[in-house]
Design a protein around this ligand. Structure first.
Ligand SMILES: *[C@@H]1O[C@H](CO)[C@@H](O)[C@H](O)[C@H]1NC(C)=O
Ligand SMILES: *[C@@H]1O[C@H](CO)[C@@H](O)[C@H](O)[C@H]1NC(C)=O
Ligand SMILES: *[C@@H]1O[C@H](CO)[C@@H](O)[C@H](O)[C@H]1NC(C)=O
Ligand SMILES: [Ca+2]
Ligand SMILES: [Ca+2]
Length: 361
């Protein structure tokens, strides 16, 4: 065979292989992506860099497996749901108690009601109530469909429970595919404890995550992770039932949000993309390719590289930003709760709750 023929047949073979791989990637892709606009870089340079989150004290180190969210009751007992299915309690005297086992690896947002009950989101089962006497499912269906990926919950003073569904399409283990697809599959739901009914308040949200109620109970804030913004949903007044942007172009992708005692909010921000991988979000072809392998997704996903929380006023202005810029002590911080001049930080990477005195911040 002449060299020329060999080159021709080889390149033909290579071309056929490339075509086969491409078809494979597009036909069997788990996502049908669109382009995602990342916030302008200027939004992250507004506030000075710092490493304040490296000063946390580690609570329950090694005993609390990836505590995504934390809540404190009026007495100062801390509750968190861990990856091994426990609702654990940290008492003021420092002791860590395995309180209730819910036999689930997918417990996320947690809150304490005015009556002192614990309500927790389970990605698989929906909204659960946990008391000394046991566990009950409060809400598992909405509008005839099973609730998938309940993410965060908050109680309003009238007893209504507002909770988010991050994605009706993807699950907790492949949540990043929702980011890559960049189509809004999130919802804001309401559970009415008088009728036991669940209704859809907002649909088509970009990974609906943290939910908080304002100090005056006049609005809700719900965060849309890959839209880098949070929405304000009015509960009272002329704008009741209306939605507007609360804060946008956040210097990170918002996860949980919690009301601070002064009426402002603490929002945990995720570094959604590894440095240098931003181009993936504007290329449908790159997204299809990345979605074929968990290893590729890990390369693009930047959540383990950093920790950031911001304090945002009721006017939607960022007041403060606290970071661990190189994940030396904490990364993938998913929640920040203020209680008695300290911040308590949950994470889907660390096996402790971080406690930060706010007088150093
Ligand atoms: C800490 O407080 C809890 C709750 O009051 C109690 O059950 C526990 O025994 C205490 N542990 C220690 C070491 O004092
Ligand atoms: C409720 O379900 C019906 C029937 O499946 C559907 O047409 C409708 O769009 C749903 N409503 C909402 C708000 O999702
Ligand atoms: C709501 O559920 C609770 C607990 O299952 C039950 O006791 C109560 O009667 C229910 N209320 C209505 C209006 O169905
Ligand atoms: Ca929460
Ligand atoms: Ca969350």
């Amino acid at each position: 065979m002449a060299l020329k023929d060999l080159v021709t047949s080889c390149s033909g073979f290579v071309l056929a292989c490339l075509l086969a791989i491409t078809l494979q990637i597009f036909l069997f892709s788990p996502i049908s992506p669109v382009s995602l606009k990342l916030p302008p870089l200027s939004s992250s340079s507004l506030l000075p860099k710092n490493n304040i989150l490296q000063r946390v004290i580690k609570l329950g180190d090694g005993l609390l497996l990836k505590p995504e969210d934390v809540a404190l009751d009026k007495e100062g007992t801390l509750y968190t749901a861990t990856r091994d299915g426990w609702i654990k309690r940290l008492h003021r005297n420092g002791s860590c108690q395995n309180w209730k086992n819910l036999n689930s690896h997918t417990l996320l947002g947690i809150t304490i009601t005015n009556e002192g009950d614990v309500v927790v989101c389970d990605v698989d089962q929906g909204l659960l109530k946990v008391t000394e006497n046991g566990v009950t499912v409060l809400s598992s269906h909405v509008n005839g469909s099973k609730i998938r990926f309940a993410d965060d919950v908050i109680e309003a003073s009238d007893g209504s429970l507002y909770f988010s569904v991050a994605s009706t399409k993807f699950g907790l283990h492949n949540w990043y595919l929702d980011v890559l697809e960049a189509k809004p599959h999130g919802q804001l739901l309401k559970f009415d404890p008088l009728s036991n009914e669940t209704s859809i308040l907002l649909d088509g949200l970009g990974f609906a995550n943290g939910v908080a109620v304002s100090k005056d109970q006049d609005f809700l804030v719900v965060c849309e992770t890959w839209k880098f913004r949070c929405l304000r949903y009015w509960l009272k007044g002329d704008k009741r039932g209306k939605t507007e942007i609360f804060v946008e172009n956040l210097p990170g992708a918002p996860d949980n949000i919690n009301l601070a005692p002064d009426g402002s909010f603490w929002i945990a921000l995720l570094q959604l993309t590894s440095d240098g991988m931003e181009f993936v979000h504007s290329s449908r072809a790159a997204k299809h390719l990345i979605a074929t392998s968990g290893k590729f997704v890990e390369l693009v996903n930047g959540v383990h590289k950093k920790a950031t929380v911001v304090n945002v006023g009721t006017d939607g202005k960022i007041i403060k930003k606290l970071e661990d810029p190189n994940a030396r002590v904490m990364s993938f911080v998913t929640s920040a709760v203020e209680f008695e001049d300290h911040l308590y930080l949950g994470s889907l990477q660390n096996n402790f709750v971080g406690k930060l005195p706010l007088n150093v911040a």
